[in-house]
Design a protein around this ligand. Sequence first.
Ligand code: FRU
Length: 525
Amino acid sequence: MHNINTCILLVAVMALNISCADRPEVINRNYNELHRPQFHFSPAEKWTNDPNGLVYYEGEYHLFYQYYPDSTVWGPMHWGHAVSTDLIQWEHLPIALYPDSLGYIFSGSAVIDWNNTSGLGTASSPPMVAIYTYHDPVGAKAGRLDYQTQGIAYSTDKGRTWVKYEGNPVIANPGIPDFRDPKVSWHPAFDKWIMTLAVKDHVSFYSSDDLITWQFESDFGKELGAHGGVWECPDLFKMKVDDTGEEKYVLLVSINPGGPNGGSATQYFVGQFDGNTFQPDPAFLPQVTGTDSGGQARAVWIDHGKDNYAGVTFSDAPDGRHIFIGWMSNWQYANVVPTETWRNAMTLPRDLHLTKHNNSYILRSQPVPELVMLRKDTAISVINSREDLIPFGPDGLEADITFSEITDDCGVTLSNGKENITIGIDYSNGRLFVDRTNSGMSEFSSHFQGIHYAGIPDLDKPIKMHLFIDRSSLEVFLNDGETVMTEIFFPTANYDLLNVYAENESIKIQGKGHHLHSTWAQNNE
Ligand code: FRU
């Protein structure tokens, strides 16, 4: 970084009362705490929320993330940074972006400017450009409305060092307090960059030829989807529909609060985008008749669990993949969950697929195939009776269980002898649930305990449950990711037993499982 930038940074850091003296460049520490994820990403220490700037470049997946290096509660936001060659093993790198005189560095995206449209790199060495929100805490405190603006920064050394663009901000605020989380991608069909921005109760699309000068295109969503809270962290991308070969645009929009089980969650819309406006398919428009709403907006969720928020996809992922990572928490309790040295983690990376179903589309989430490398053995053979008790260790478990000829309630329970969590099919109501009422520590928030639900369209067919269980989280992918629930938990001792249950003897159960390796084992030695 140039000296002048360092000076500006120091002044800004002093103004924001942030001490970074003596901070080691990269902190590596033991990953063996009671609730520490063993195969999910969590920062070595201190606070994290949203994944940011997901981008693939020269063999590396970059995960930037909202980070506060001075505390385990939310504060002046930085972009933390980690890289991986396989989406599974992450290497911590130094903090990429620090707050400056324009404000904290809120969420945003990163792209490779292959044609050097911005002029910030060279044709032979394209810049990596981060597009993020500046949140000016002074303006916010003074009661101004325009305290969130969009800025950019660039790196010409594979994301290792960053320079803030001297003309920041690149988009000024029109007088709306919630004006943030730019997600940018290059659209060859329109020959321009498109930015999707969350603006209070809708998204706004902007376009640009050079990532620096932005032109407003249109607004979307004021009267559509869920509106129980503020819209945040959108993403817009084009996908091929499985089997049919059609091409559709998918728009992800996180909302907080207003999720299906309370607090934070992510909804999606499927439709068309013409470079100017997003037009949702009829199934994503309000239903005039039907149980849902009687003409009200209706929402469709990427994940019904309480703990998958602010998720977005990687830019330039290889092989046309749409790889998604979310933040594995909920603003209802993220600041008070009972972890001491670190707070919060990311979901497993997931491949998104779009499937036609009746006259609509389902956005399916599937754990990435790279996760197979975590399997230790085929320790668990066939699960064929409801008495099966499967022991597992503190590094975690993956299980694939199929229930067929379902005529009553069935599911699995995880326990440590005194606390438990159940992932079950509530047959008579046609829904999947996660019951974490007795899952362990919960006194930190009245929003934590409870039973959370997701509707299952068709119980006449077998139900395939694909589970990933880490020390303080579970991810359940039902029927190839058509229905997903992500939930965290804090037992007083790690769960070590999985038990399959079925209320009716005629229900068939088949399955297998794998003990998993810890990806942080080297930190634990
Ligand atoms: C979502 C969010 C974003 C914002 C960031 C601040 O969780 O509220 O809208 O940019 O977190 O940390």
